[in-house]
Design a protein. Structure first.
Length: 244
């Protein structure tokens, strides 16, 4: 199992099994911070990769740098950007995205999904995919079934190569039925949501499904976790809500 590095959580569940885990969040609820904290906490233990579909490498580096300004980050994260492939057929000028010439990018016959397959042939360890939401936009041209097949393939290769893949998905962007099909494909779904309580923003995390973990949570009667984003420690758990 791969530990999260969150001591309280690891004491309960021991960590995550290899496979595909969808991090499903209300925008700003902490899914990306959770993924980055897990990467940092596993520095020097695993090969770490961050695969961005529509963001440039500079954008990802900036987000990592600004997410936890006081945190000591020793993780050597390999950042892979597919922004050139994502934007090559769009209205966005290629010079905004890449140093390559427009002709240089257009000569590439691969689309985002086929390039992503090529990327996954080479990576291992722990991978953050940012994001399924962006891939879903691409799938409108290539067909929804293509994306589902790709995710099923990701799960298979993750199990074969002992990879933990954390894939980000923003809530309420896709239709409910499409979300459910995505969830069915994954080994695990962790939900991140926020609410306003007593004039403060409260963030919650709960496991909707997780292979090998749900029986433990049921036994412990854990309903959900109250979470916080700390500038020095990253994603943290402050308390839990149990079923009485």
């Amino acid at each position: 199992m791969i530990p999260t590095g969150l001591e309280f959580l690891d004491k309960q569940i021991g960590g995550f099994h290899e496979g595909l885990v969808v991090l499903y969040e209300n925008s700003g609820a902490g899914a990306k911070e959770f993924a980055l904290t897990l990467l940092f906490n596993n520095a020097k233990k695993y090969e770490l990769s961050y695969v961005a579909i529509a963001k440039t490498k500079e954008e990802v580096q900036r987000e990592i740098r600004l997410s936890f300004p006081e945190m000591k980050r020793e993780a050597d994260i390999k950042i892979i950007s597919l922004a050139e492939y994502y934007f090559k057929d769009s209205i966005v000028p290629m010079k905004w995205i890449s140093e390559k010439s427009v002709l240089g990018v257009l000569k590439e016959e691969k689309n985002v999904l086929s390039k992503l397959v090529e990327v996954f042939d080479e990576i291992k360890g722990i991978v953050v995919l940012d994001s399924i939401t962006d891939l879903a936009r691409v799938s409108k041209k290539l067909g929804w079934e293509t994306l589902i097949d790709l995710l099923k393939g990701f799960k298979a290769i993750c199990i074969k190569k002992n990879i933990l893949l954390l894939a980000l998905l923003t809530s309420n962007v896709l239709e409910r039925g499409l979300e459910e099909e995505l969830f069915e494909t994954a080994d695990g779904v962790i939900v991140f949501e926020w609410s306003i309580e007593r004039d403060t923003i409260t963030r919650w995390m709960f496991f909707r499904k997780m292979l090998g973990i749900m029986p433990i949570l049921e036994k412990e009667k854990v309903l959900k976790y109250n979470t916080k984003i700390d500038p020095a420690q990253g994603f943290t758990i402050s308390r839990i809500m149990r079923v009485l």
